[in-house]
Design a protein. Sequence first.
Length: 247
Amino acid sequence: MTYLTPRVALVGDRSPAVRSHARIPGLLDVLAERDQLVLDAYWIPTGDAGAPGALDGFDAVWLLPGSPYRSEAGALAAVRTARERGIPFLGTCAGFQHAVLEYARNVCGITAAVHGEADPDRRQEEQVIIPLACSLVGHEGTIVIAPGTLAERTLGATRTLERYHCSYGLNSAHLDRLRAHGLRFSGTDESGEVRILELPEHPFFLASLFQPELSGDGTRAHPMIRALAAAAVAHADTTTPTLEATS
């Protein structure tokens, strides 16, 4: 039986001005050389991500930083596809924000939910993502991880120091409803503000407001990125036989 190299969709509007985007090629090399996790990665602009079949055949979806996206609809479609099909998913920074927005609309039934950056004039109760009280652009801070969560298993610790580059976060007014519908918030800053989310019933669904792409000097992939790569390998191993049987 021949196993294919896992295919990973890097969903985002690639730009050399976005530091995390510039880090991605090197991190993919590190995963292959240091961790023996070889991935076949494709950049998919948000404008293409919502097209029918755009994410067919992928073993993982990584929704990258870089908001506002050129296509909010495409970014949300990428989240929904990964969530509903059980495809390993990682959302970082804007990926976290849009994972919340997609869940609020399509699972919690908050059909009027918006992102405050895209719709600043809407009522705040409709803004699931709102401006942070203090911008985290260029900030580094401690994250407290809930025990027994995917985040703890992934990071191997209950505290971690992470880097941010964002100005928007979750509107805490929606926390209870999101939790009631199954979303788990497994990491907070030291003041209790949400910084990591996960979906316990999903094979691998994790998102962070911080940017693991910016961790360290780029010579070692962040544990969240390694975990996504490992989940992609596992997904490819379970789906390849089915693909061969139907070919």
